[in-house]
Design a binder for this molecule. Structure first.
Ligand SMILES: NC(=O)c1ccc[n+]([C@@H]2O[C@H](COP(=O)([O-])OP(=O)(O)OC[C@H]3O[C@@H](n4cnc5c(N)ncnc54)[C@H](OP(=O)(O)O)[C@@H]3O)[C@@H](O)[C@H]2O)c1
Length: 298
């Protein structure tokens, strides 16, 4: 299949492109830089130069493809709401370019946008929060609209995606611990994050492209919930810093902008996804990758 991949030069995209090419697909990757274009060419992909927010160019690239995987996102936390609203337009544009065809579009979202009222891991069928609560949900809202119009659109919700170099939002926990000279967790630190190795996430995107069903939500979850206390203890060893519990009142002083997120319990299940797409994650777990991370580089 001729697949147009946005975010092809990113963390997930750099694993996704070789995964697709290895399975026999022709990949056209979007890049806005020379370095990204060179990396894509080295990986065996064709390159579309440009910015994802250039909607005319994006529409043309999607229309020329037999399938689209959209993973680009601007993670600059200073204006997340604006970036999320931009992504709503990007998703709508990609969907419009493929409307009336059976060509698949996979939209990337996050399991953290689905909150558990019961403490049970959230499932693929659970509704996401609105963008009024979590701005990042704008992308999934745009996908909802395309699905309602009958598009062959799927949503891939990612948990903390990791290898030894990157571990989702845990990189900010490491950064804050370095700045604070200690590694903290809140209360008993029983709140959890789900996780997946980046190579397993890449394979799941491919399986969804090849076997996924229109309107499906998939959870790329290998581990349902790793506690923040376990994570803090491994980071403490890596950074050679003391590890301690802090109170919710102390959390803003320690975590800053991450304080609220750091206290959420966000377990998620990928059981339905494993069954439907016959996906069997095999990569190392989050704590193993955190053990082996390079804390000088992090
Ligand atoms: N990693 C995780 O743990 C995680 C968890 C949940 C959800 N997600 C979602 O998964 C997706 C992939 O995440 P990631 O970790 O791979 O992100 P990433 O490493 O930050 O990569 C982002 C990609 O988007 C591209 N991009 C950003 N703004 C662009 C623009 N204006 N025009 C063109 N390209 C642009 C970047 O291009 P450049 O190379 O040019 O910068 C890069 O290829 C994102 O939607 C993210 O929100 C990730």
């Amino acid at each position: 299949m001729k697949v147009f991949v946005t975010g092809a030069t990113g963390f997930v995209g750099s694993f996704l492109v070789p995964e697709l090419i290895g399975a026999g697909h022709d990949v056209v990757g979007l890049s806005r830089s020379d370095a990204g274009a060179e990396a894509l060419t080295r990986a065996g992909a064709k390159v579309r130069r440009g910015d994802v927010n250039d909607l005319d160019a994006l529409r043309a690239a999607a229309a020329a493809a037999e399938g689209v995987i959209h993973t680009a996102f601007n993670h600059d936390t200073s204006d997340l709401k604006q970036h999320a609203e931009n992504d709503r337009r990007v998703v709508a544009t990609l969907g419009a370019a493929l409307a009336g065809t059976d060509r698949p579009l996979i939209v990337t979202s996050a399991t953290g946008l689905v909150t558990s009222a019961t403490g049970e891991p959230v499932r693929e069928s659970d509704a996401h929060a609105t963008s009024a609560v979590f701005p990042r949900a704008a992308s999934e809202e745009a996908a909802d609209a395309l699905i309602a119009e009958g598009g062959n659109v799927m949503v891939m919700r990612l948990p903390q995606v990791h290898d030894t170099r990157r571990q989702g939002r845990i990189r900010w926990h490491i950064q804050i611990a370095k700045e604070q000279g200690r590694v903290a967790y809140v209360g008993a630190g029983r709140n959890r994050v789900p996780a997946v190795h980046v190579s397993d996430a890449a394979r799941l995107f491919r399986l969804a492209l090849e076997r996924g069903e229109a309107g499906a939500r998939y959870h790329a979850v290998a581990e349902e919930g790793v506690s923040l206390r376990e994570i803090a203890e491994v980071i403490g060893v890596g950074l050679k810093l003391p590890v301690e519990s802090i109170t919710p009142e102390e959390a803003p002083g320690y975590y800053g902008w991450l304080a609220q997120l750091a206290q959420l319990d966000l377990p998620a299940s990928g059981a339905g996804t494993r069954r439907q797409l016959r996906w069997d994650p095999t990569g190392p777990d989050l704590l193993t990758d955190l053990h082996e991370a390079d804390y000088d580089a992090a």
